[in-house]
Design a protein around this ligand. Structure first.
Ligand code: NOJ
Length: 445
């Protein structure tokens, strides 16, 4: 295969890097910030998380200037980062914390001075704890709480920020946080999941509408987690199981957004979401985004299982399939990026697509102050090649962001999986650019 060249893409193709507030900022209780559901969750679930937390993380809150300079040195001109809602509104609603506004003002100004374009995610999983006490995403009022917060961000930062991402991976935070209880706020059950799902979908469209109403020249999108889903065998049972998994993993949030309603069909129990719906909701769920962000890491192989409630389907672990895996135990399968792009591009009237996250975690070893990470580098090259393949077949894909810049707090997995292009020694906060980071810099030159 010919070596991968940036020139194979359009000149205006967007190349960047993605990060998230709770995973890198630290300073969890500094300068008037209120607690988020993750601040509380890491305290409550110490054993699940082996005592790990994001209290300090990469200390990006204090080190952002040096980190942005490093980003710039690596030729990265687009940085997708998130705003911590409870830095801006410590109680989630009402009183504004000026010091929180100041922090993001400095971060945005410094970025622009360095020529780095800020892509702001408004919600990357750190709901203010005060709102969770009132039900969080299970309370319909969250739509208005979120809308107010979004309006404050647009009013304070919209003179410099044009690119907005409303939500990060709604399926993941609703499922992990409100069905399985393995992410904050640690709630379990079908009802909390369905309530959270509907209110999140409403807030997604509402948030986007708020941005557009305040800033007509904004570029507004939202992001979805997606996986290429394939049945384990040729049996009809496995094919139907794969269809149900696909519905949950890929279709749940995009379809109402496109005006197609919830894809409840093959999972009967999802019809119970109607319990939370009011008149006009179906209409309100719809919004014409300027772009859709897709986040892909692997594929899932699905098998029928009588024992899994509601969906009678289960993921066949990559470990049991004798395939190469990452530190997340995800199959190394860069082609999934191609299939994901093809799948989403097949929706009628789909806006332009951007890969807003893609990357791989592998163990890293520092040898003589250097990190050689051939697997990560290969994965990124292969995945970008798959983006190109989709693009050459006519998919309207406009950008690609690597997850992620710095090794960071990987939620329930703590600090073990390292996704960064830049290694972080968490005892000293020293940064070391990995070989994959040098490769990306060279590729972007
Ligand atoms: C998706 C999430 O948006 C991000 O927070 C997470 O770290 C990566 N995927 C890797 O799991």
């Amino acid at each position: 295969m010919a070596p991968l060249k940036k020139e194979a893409f359009d000149d205006d193709f967007i190349w960047g890097i993605s990060t998230a507030a709770y995973q890198i900022e630290g300073a969890h209780n500094k300068d008037g910030k209120g607690p988020s559901i993750w601040d509380v969750f890491v305290q409550k679930k110490k054993s699940l998380l082996h005592g790990q937390h994001g209290n300090i993380a990469c200390d990006f809150y204090h080190r952002y200037t040096d980190d942005l300079i490093l980003m710039r040195k690596l030729n990265i001109y687009n940085h997708r980062f998130s705003i911590a809602w409870s830095r801006i509104l410590p109680e989630g609603n009402g009183r504004i914390n000026q010091q929180g506004i100041d922090f993001y003002n400095k971060l945005i100004d410094r970025s622009l001075e360095l020529g780095i374009r800020p892509w702001v995610t408004l919600y990357h999983w750190d709901l203010p704890h005060a709102l969770d006490r009132n039900g969080g995403w299970t309370n319909r009022d969250v739509k208005e709480w979120f809308g107010n917060y979004v309006a404050i961000c647009v009013k304070h930062f919209g003179d410099r920020v044009k690119d907005w991402i409303v939500l990060n991976e709604p399926t993941v935070f609703c499922a992990a946080g409100y069905f399985f209880g393995i992410h904050a706020p640690g709630k379990n059950g079908l009802d909390t999941f369905l309530a959270a799902t509907h209110h999140t979908a409403l807030a997604q469209a509402h948030g986007a509408r708020v941005i557009k109403s305040l800033q007509t020249d904004s570029n507004v999108g939202t992001t979805f987690s997606c996986s290429h889903v394939q049945p384990f065998s040729a049996s009809e049972k496995d094919a139907l199981a794969a269809e149900r998994a696909d519905l949950l993993l890929n279709r749940l949030f995009i379809e109402p957004l496109l005006g197609l309603g919830y894809p409840t069909g093959s999972i009967k129990v999802l019809n119970r979401i109607e319990k939370y719906m009011q008149q006009n909701d179906e209409q309100d769920l719809k919004f014409n985004m300027d772009f859709i962000g897709l986040q892909n890491y692997t594929r899932e192989i699905i098998k029928h299982s009588y024992f899994v409630p509601y969906i009678q389907a289960k993921i066949v672990n990559a470990k049991n399939r004798a395939v190469e895996t990452t530190a997340m135990n995800w199959e190394v399968y860069p082609e999934s990026v191609y299939h994901t792009l093809k799948k989403f591009s097949a929706y009628h009237n789909i806006p332009p697509l951007i890969i807003t996250e893609n990357g791989a975690a592998f163990p890293d070893n520092v040898v003589n102050g250097k990190i050689d990470d051939p697997k990560r580098k290969q994965y990124l090259q292969d995945a970008i090649q798959q983006v190109l393949r989709a693009k050459q077949e006519g998919v309207n894909v406009k950008g690609y962001f690597v997850w992620t810049f710095l090794d960071n707090f990987e939620w329930a997995e703590g600090y073990v999986p390292r996704f960064g292009l830049v290694y972080v020694d968490f005892s000293t906060q020293q940064r070391i650019v990995k070989a994959s980071g040098h490769w990306y810099a060279e590729f972007l030159k």
